[in-house]
Design a protein around this ligand. Structure first.
Ligand code: NAD
Length: 476
């Protein structure tokens, strides 16, 4: 296809493709058409990447903070210049509206600029000791990182996976999702063009289980950074544990939204409905279980359904599209299963609940209410354009339901009561809590979860710290 880049892996400075390797078709989720053929790594490719990562680490750990900052801010500048093209490719291979992809690109710009500053502020400390003695605490890069990123934020996830190790002085081998390779390669290219040595960051693709077993089986890799489902995260954490590798795990969620009856219903809906259908609900911090107090339930439900019906679904590159297709055929299948099961358990389906058209992976914005707690969708991350609206009375019952699941990524509460706002900030078991807002991230703010949603954080100073190890040196 003319306007889709040729696909390759980036191993030790070479663009690797062909050579009898297995390939995988990359598909446009809006049409089902093939965009390109992606080469998949074999064991020799991965070994070559590991050797280069070792070399790249030895070089980059001794770079000055100013060199790292220059690369990160240079890449940020290039990403801003290339934002339209990067967003177009991301929309083409993942399906999301162009405007959303462009915002994602600009978030990377913000993150790289933040890390450019942060890597110059990695201070240690000197301990108080008797005369003649000295003890210092310093932070050193952990070593080569294996980073696996998913398809839902084709630009943002690779930005996170690359930015933190590079800021910390590590090398990184990234395997981003095979569904969205060109976006990840576009981000990596900005780093190369800004002067990053090619052995410091590499991109491989492959059969995920083969790649992760190979890389995590190597003593060269000292850290795993994974974003994806809890099931795969647990499996990878076990592989990493065999070699005591450091881990950052950003896993699934099942975001509770507590709506109290003191809110301005229309104002809340203006925020939470677009938030629900952003990226067709394929967002780890997506709001999923809405707990709505009696006093506003009927109005909230009616307003939600009206707005859901009005969401304009279409090709991400078409003007006016508010929601694109789902990213791959597994997602509409999952929607059918989860919504069918909920209705089977007695839930009411108010809108959606079906695929749209017979091309691509479109699924209608859906709203369920009165969903029994035994339904699969009340327990399994939906990861799609479906809202679950349930009626509640007391605050205690809402908090109990919010914390019922083993997930703890994002939680939201809407209330005008200042005391309750503070109570919610403490009571909700999540790594990120939004009170009267859907905005729960930022370049300077840690992004991560608790419980089955993982551990460690990306972004913020914490993102760089996660790629550093602590060393104490005692001199007598
Ligand atoms: P999946 O769990 O198979 O894959 C998720 C990601 O992990 C993909 O990028 C995939 O390439 C990668 N992956 C899978 N197996 C791997 C392995 N053995 N080693 C290394 N990487 C591996 O699921 P999926 O069908 O792509 O997505 C389904 C579920 O994943 C969703 O329902 C959602 O719960 C979760 N998910 C979460 C996020 C997130 O941001 N936390 C993103 C995408 C998907």
């Amino acid at each position: 296809m003319a306007d889709y880049p040729a696909l390759h892996m980036a191993i030790d400075g070479e663009r690797v493709s062909g050579g009898g390797r297995r390939t995988l078709a990359v598909v446009n989720p809006a049409t089902g058409d093939t965009l390109g053929e992606l080469p998949l790594a074999d064991a020799a490719d991965l070994d070559r990447a590991l050797d280069a990562a070792q070399r790249g680490f030895r070089r980059w750990r001794d770079s000055t903070p100013q060199e790292r900052a220059a690369v990160l801010s240079g890449a940020a500048r290039l990403m801003a210049e290339r934002a339209d093209e990067l967003a177009r490719v991301a929309s083409l291979e993942q399906g999301k509206p162009f405007a959303e992809a462009r915002i994602e690109c600009m978030m990377n710009v913000g993150l790289f600029n933040f890390y450019a500053g942060e890597c110059q502020r990695l201070y240690g400390r000197t301990l108080v000791r008797p005369v003649g003695f000295r003890s210092t605490v310093t932070y050193e890069p952990v070593g080569p990182v294996a980073a696996f990123s998913p398809w839902n934020f084709p630009l943002g996830n690779p930005g996170r996976k690359l930015g933190a190790p590079i800021a910390a002085g590590c090398s990184v081998i990234m395997k981003s999702a095979e569904e969205t390779p060109a976006s990840a390669l576009g981000v990596l290219q900005c780093l190369y063009d800004a002067g990053l040595p090619t052995d410091v960051a590499q991109a491989v693709f492959g059969v995920p289980d083969e790649v992760s077993r190979h890389l995590l089986g190597s003593p060269i890799i000292r850290k795993l950074s994974f974003t994806g489902s809890t099931a795969i995260g647990k499996h990878l954490a076990k592989l990493a544990a065999d070699d005591c590798k450091r881990t950052t795990m950003e896993l699934g969620g099942h975001g509770p939204v507590l709506v109290f009856d003191d809110v301005d219903v229309d104002k809340v809906l203006e925020t939470v409905v677009p938030q629900k259908y952003r990226n067709a609900g394929q967002v780890c911090v997506s709001p999923t279980r809405y707990m709505i107090q009696d006093g506003v339930f009927d109005r909230f439900l009616q307003g939600f359904v009206e707005r859901a019906k009005a969401v304009k679904v279409g090709d991400g590159l078409a003007d006016g599209t508010q929601m694109g297709p789902m990213a791959n055929p597994r997602r509409p299948d999952a929607m059918e299963r989860l919504i069918g099961d909920a209705v089977g358990h007695g839930a009411t389906l108010h809108t959606g609940g079906q695929r749209i058209g017979n091309r691509g992976f479109f699924y209608a914005p859906s709203v369920l209410s009165d969903v029994p707690v035994e339904s699969q969708i009340m327990n399994e991350e939906p990861f799609g354009p479906v809202a679950i609206l349930n009626r509640f009375g007391a605050e205690e019952a809402m908090v109990e339901e919010a914390n019922r699941l083993p997930y703890g990524l994002a939680a939201y509460a809407w209330t005008a009561d200042a005391h309750r706002q503070r109570r919610m900030g403490r009571a909700l078991e999540a790594g990120m809590v939004g009170i009267n807002t859907a905005m729960i991230g930022g370049a300077d703010s840690p992004f991560g979860g608790v419980k089955w949603s993982g551990h460690g954080a990306e972004d913020g100073p914490e993102g760089v710290q996660a790629c550093l190890v602590t060393k104490a040196v005692h001199e007598g």
